[in-house]
Write a protein that binds this ligand. Structure first.
Ligand SMILES: Cc1cc2nc3c(=O)[nH]c(=O)nc-3n(C[C@H](O)[C@H](O)[C@H](O)COP(=O)(O)OP(=O)(O)OC[C@H]3O[C@@H](n4cnc5c(N)ncnc54)[C@H](O)[C@@H]3O)c2cc1C
Length: 492
C-alpha cells in the first residue's frame, strides 16, 4: 500500500488549482486521483454542442494563470478544457495524477491517524484527504417509468454520444435547464422533429457574449495588468448581482428585461404563456441566451409541458396520455448536487459516513471541514456554490485555506486537525440567517440548491469577498488539534 502526505480527489479546477498551490508551497508528496482517463472535470465531460461557461472567461479562470487568448467573452467548452490542460502542463501537475483511479471508499484509521483509501487501482493511505470531486459531476437520471427499456438511443447531456447522428431524427429533450438551453438551438437545425419536454420554464436573460477583438487579445497579451483590471471590474460588477437574490426590488429591472426578451422573441401568446416562469427570478439559476426562444419557435420543434407519465417502447407518453414516438432521448436533467454519491464512501470517526452524518443536509465549516472527519477537506463543499459569480473565486479561497491548514500542521508538527462541532454549528447558523428571506428559499420554486429537507446546503448566500476574507488563514481555534507526531524511534 502506498502512502502519501496528501491525496486529492479530482482534476477539475479544484484539483488542479490545489496541486499547483501545493507545488508552489514546496510539497511534493501528494497524488491526484482521477477516475477518468483525462483531466478537466466538468469541461472534459460536458462536450454537448454549444457548451460554454456563463460567467465571463476573464473571471472564470485562475487568477494566477490569466489567458489573453480567449476567443469570446464567454468561452466555449473546448477552450476551457484546453486552458485547464495548459495550466496542468505548465505547473507540472500531470506527474502527480493517477488516471483511471476512482476513490471507492475512504476510512479514517483512528489508531494510525490517517486515511485508508480503497481505489479502483488498489489501496492508498494518506495523512490528509482533499476532495475536489465536483459539485456537478454526477449526472442525474429522471425517475420515469420505462426509461430503462427505451428502445431507441438514450444519453445524458453530460455524456454526449458523438457517434450518434441526430440528422433527420425524432428527438426528445427532457429538461430545460442550463445545458438544454445551450444545446437545443444547436441540434434544432439537424433534427427532423424535436420535442422539448419542459417541467418548469427557466428565467432567460439576453446573453452578453461577443467575440474577443484582436486588439483586446494583443492588449492583454502585452499588458497583463489590463486583463487583471478587466477581471476585477467583472468581479465587482457580478458581486453586485447578489443583491438581486437578497432583495425583491433589486430584481425588478432584471425581471423586466427577461420578460421583454420573451415578449419580443415569442409573439405567439399561447407559447409565451407556457414559457413564462411562475416563480421569482433567481430562485433557480438564471440562464443567459438569445437563442433559446427562437429555436423553440422553429416549425420542427414542439414544446411539451404538463409532465411525462412514462416511456413506452419508442414513445414518450405525456401525463395527458398523448404519445410521441422518438428515435433518441437526450436527458438534460442535471446532476446530483445535495445528494452526492461520494458522501456514502467517506467514513470518519466511529465508521459513520458523511451521508449518515448529514442525513440529507450537507453541512461543513467554511465549505471545507466536517466535524467527525479529521484531516479531511472539501473544495467546493457544502454552501460554496454561487448563483451570481465565478466558482473559481470560491475554489481559490478554499485552496488557500487548505494550504494554510497543511502548512500549520507541518509547522506545529500536528498529526490531526478536526473542526469542532460548536464552530461548525455556529457557522451553519450564520448561513441559515444569511439565507433567510433570499429568493432561493422564498421564490416559490424547487431547485437543486435546496436539499431534501428544504435547506439551502449548496449556495453561499452572500457577497463572496467576506468568504475570501474568512478563508485567508487557517483558524486553529475552530479546530481540535491532534497531538504532535511522535519523534521517530532511534534506529536499531
Ligand atoms: C455544463 C456546465 C457548465 C458550467 N458553467 C459554469 C460557469 O459558467 N460558471 C461557474 O461558476 N460554474 C459553472 N459550472 C459549475 C462547474 O462544475 C464548476 O465551475 C467547476 O468546473 C467545478 O470544478 P471542480 O474541480 O470542483 O469539479 P469538476 O470539474 O466536476 O471535477 C471533479 C473531478 O473529480 C473526478 N471525480 C469525482 N469523483 C471521483 C472519485 N470518486 N474518484 C476519482 N475521481 C473522481 C471527476 O471525474 C472530475 O474530473 C458549470 C457546470 C456544468 C456542468
Amino acid at each position: 500500500m502506498t502512502h502519501h502526505r496528501t491525496v486529492i480527489v479530482g482534476t477539475g479546477f479544484s484539483g488542479i488549482g490545489m496541486a499547483v498551490r501545493l507545488l508552489e508551497d514546496g510539497e511534493r508528496d501528494f497524488v491526484l486521483l482521477e477516475r477518468a482517463d483525462e483531466l478537466g472535470g466538468t469541461w472534459r465531460d460536458n462536450t454537448y454542442p454549444g457548451c460554454r461557461c456563463d460567467v465571463p472567461s476573464h473571471l472564470y479562470s485562475f487568477s494566477f494563470a490569466p489567458n489573453p487568448n480567449w476567443s469570446s467573452t464567454f468561452s466555449p467548452q473546448p477552450e476551457i478544457l484546453e486552458y485547464l490542460r495548459g495550466v496542468a502542463r505548465r505547473f507540472g501537475v500531470l506527474d502527480h495524477v493517477r488516471f483511471g483511479c476512482e476513490l471507492e471508499l475512504a476510512d479514517w484509521d483512528e489508531q494510525r491517524s490517517r486515511w485508508r483509501l480503497e481505489t479502483s487501482q488498489g489501496g492508498i493511505t494518506a495523512d490528509v484527504l482533499v476532495c475536489g470531486q465536483g459539485p456537478l459531476s454526477e449526472p442525474k437520471l429522471p425517475e420515469i417509468g420505462g426509461l430503462d427499456s427505451f428502445e431507441g438511443t438514450l444519453f445524458h447531456s453530460a455524456a454526449w454520444n458523438h457517434e450518434h447522428d441526430l440528422r433527420g431524427e425524432r428527438v426528445a429533450v427532457i429538461g430545460t435547464g442550463a445545458s438544454a438551453i445551450q444545446f437545443v438551438p444547436r441540434i434544432q437545425p439537424e433534427a427532423g422533429r424535436l420535442y422539448v419536454y419542459q417541467r418548469t420554464p427557466p428565467w432567460v436573460m439576453p446573453h452578453p457574449n461577443r467575440p474577443m477583438k484582436p486588439f483586446e487579445r494583443r492588449l492583454y497579451g502585452r499588458l497583463p495588468l489590463a486583463q487583471l483590471a478587466m477581471r476585477a471590474a467583472i468581479y465587482w460588477a457580478r458581486e453586485s448581482f447578489v443583491l438581486q437574490f437578497r432583495h425583491r426590488r433589486m430584481r425588478r429591472l432584471a425581471t423586466r428585461m427577461a420578460l421583454r426578451q420573451l415578449e419580443q422573441q415569442v409573439p405567439d401568446r399561447e407559447l409565451r404563456e407556457r414559457l413564462t416562469p411562475r416563480y421569482e427570478m433567481g430562485c433557480k439559476r438564471i440562464l443567459p441566451t438569445d437563442e433559446w426562444y427562437p429555436a423553440l419557435m422553429q416549425p420542427n420543434v414542439e414544446l411539451v409541458t404538463g409532465g411525462i407519465r412514462e416511456i413506452r417502447g419508442r414513445s414518450v407518453v405525456s401525463a395527458d396520455g398523448s404519445e410521441r414516438e422518438v428515435d433518441t432521448i437526450i436527458l438534460a436533467t442535471g446532476f446530483h448536487v445535495t445528494d452526492l454519491p461520494i458522501a456514502s464512501a467517506i467514513r470518519g470517526r466511529e465508521g459513520r459516513t458523511l451521508a449518515d452524518v448529514w442525513d440529507g443536509s450537507p453541512r461543513a465549516y467554511k465549505g471545507a471541514s466536517v466535524a467527525g472527519f479529521p484531516n479531511f477537506f472539501f473544495l467546493v463543499g457544502p454552501n460554496t456554490g454561487l448563483g451570481h459569480n465565478s466558482i473559481v473565486f470560491m475554489i481559490e479561497s478554499q485552496i488557500n485555506y487548505v494550504a494554510d491548514a497543511l502548512a500549520t500542521m507541518r509547522r506545529r508538527g500536528l498529526e490531526t486537525v478536526e473542526v469542532r462541532e460548536g464552530a461548525q454549528a455556529a457557522y451553519n447558523q450564520e448561513l441559515e440567517e444569511l439565507t433567510r428571506g433570499t429568493v432561493w428559499v422564498t421564490g416559490g420554486c424547487a431547485s437543486y440548491y435546496i436539499d431534501r429537507n428544504g435547506r439551502n446546503s449548496s449556495l453561499w448566500p452572500y457577497f463572496t469577498w467576506p468568504f475570501r476574507k474568512r478563508t485567508r488563514q487557517f483558524d486553529e481555534e475552530a479546530y481540535a488539534l491532534g497531538p504532535s507526531a511522535p519523534e521517530p524511534a532511534p534506529a536499531g
